[in-house]
Design a protein around this ligand. Structure first.
Ligand SMILES: NC(=O)c1ccc[n+]([C@@H]2O[C@H](COP(=O)([O-])OP(=O)(O)OC[C@H]3O[C@@H](n4cnc5c(N)ncnc54)[C@H](O)[C@@H]3O)[C@@H](O)[C@H]2O)c1
Length: 254
């Protein structure tokens, strides 16, 4: 039996690919044979991550991408098409969290969160669909959160609103574009120790709080999330469409 890599021949664009979950997904996809484009605002870290992947024998390229800007998406996808000729997988992973409860949150901060966490995946999907269709289909993976499934007690309202929107963006794309063999699924991690959480974890009690809510008794790792993305990107998930996959050790089952 030929031991073929799980993403052999596939081309993927991962937003927020410079660090954290996006970098972990990019590394995992490259290990399994995909050509990966890391779209991010941060060229310093993004180029470093791409170089690390290349040193290990993968094929990775950094692309300057601001997911809130439509022209930036057009340019990024034109570059992917020029360099790789196709797009099989889009991971809408870039996201931010301005941690202000609703009663004190400034309206402009809410707008910023909507722009990155919701408009980003919306525009990315809009511009990826024609390129995926040309290639005969594809897999779109949206990074939501447990907060896109429940009202999570430690998380603010704005973040929850944006992640809930991603959950249903996923389902409507799954239904409408299945005819083009484009699948769309979302991933819902519980707390992962990435740079996004560093500020919160300065307080060790907060870290314990997060561990305490997980039935499996630990935080999610970047690899837990990357493996879920790998499955959804691969042909093993050919009949998985419109699913919201928790990667949360049972948190949302509680
Ligand atoms: N860390 C967690 O506990 C956790 C849990 C559930 C869901 N998530 C989600 O996973 C995703 C990744 O989170 P992370 O923890 O790796 O975050 P992170 O802060 O470590 O990394 C986010 C990356 O996104 C990039 N980015 C931010 N704004 C951008 C923009 N406008 N255009 C392009 N890139 C942009 C940043 O430069 C950074 O490289 C986010 O959507 C987040 O909401 C994280």
């Amino acid at each position: 039996m030929v031991n073929e890599k799980r993403l052999a021949g596939k081309v993927a664009l991962i937003t927020g690919g410079a660090q954290g979950l996006g970098a972990a997904i990019s590394r995992r996809f490259a290990e399994e044979g995909a050509v990966v484009f890391l779209g991010d605002l941060n060229p310093g870290t993004g180029n470093k991550t791409a170089a690390e992947i290349t040193e290990k024998g993968g094929r990775a390229f950094f692309i300057n991408l601001d997911v809130t800007n439509e022209d930036s998406w057009t340019a990024a996808l034109a570059l992917v098409e020029k360099e790789a000729g196709r797009l099989d997988v889009l991971v809408n992973n870039a996201g931010i969290n301005i941690r202000e409860p609703i009663e004190i949150m400034k309206a402009e901060n809410f707008d910023t969160m909507l722009a990155v966490n919701v408009k980003g995946p919306f525009l990315g999907t809009k511009h990826a669909i024609p390129l995926m269709r040309k290639g005969g289909g594809g897999s779109i993976i949206n990074m939501s959160s447990v907060c896109g499934l429940i009202g999570h007690r430690y998380t603010t309202e704005a973040y929850t609103v944006t992640k809930g929107a991603v959950t249903l963006l996923t389902k409507t794309i799954a239904v409408r574009y299945a005819k083009d063999n484009i699948r769309c699924n979302s991933i819902h991690p519980s707390t992962v120790e990435t740079p996004l959480m560093m500020e919160v974890f300065k307080d060790p009690a907060k870290k314990q709080e997060r561990i305490g809510e997980v039935p499996l008794g630990r935080l999610a790792t970047e690899t837990d999330v990357a493996n879920a993305a790998l499955f959804l990107a691969s042909d093993e998930a050919a009949f998985i469409n419109g699913v919201g996959l928790p990667v949360d050790g049972g948190t949302t089952a509680d």
